[in-house]
Ligand binder design. Structure first.
Ligand SMILES: Nc1ncnc2c1ncn2[C@@H]1O[C@H](COP(=O)(O)OP(=O)(O)O)[C@@H](O)[C@H]1O
Ligand SMILES: [Mg+2]
Length: 59
């Protein structure tokens, strides 16, 4: 069965006045139709940035 969502080696960095912040350094996962995937990690580890990237609402 084909995946509903496939993320492969996603990287996101922000160019800030104080320097480059590598917020996501290569995440890969798949979501099967009807499946659920939980992003788990400490605060600031990049969970929201991954979600924003996939929904197209990164600044
Ligand atoms: N718009 C943004 N500009 C600059 N840095 C950001 C921005 N959004 C998130 N970050 C930084 O990216 C990192 C990951 O943040 P975030 O995805 O919100 O973490 P989580 O959701 O896992 O708590 C943090 O260091 C955060 O400060
Ligand atoms: Mg968050």
């Amino acid at each position: 069965m084909s995946d509903l969502l496939r993320v492969k080696d996603l990287k996101v960095a922000f160019e800030l006045p104080e320097g480059r912040l590598e917020a996501v350094r290569g995440i890969s996962f798949r979501v099967a139709p009807g499946g659920t995937v939980a992003l788990v990690g400490e605060s600031g580890s990049g969970k929201s940035v991954v979600s924003h990237a996939k929904t197209g609402i990164l600044p």
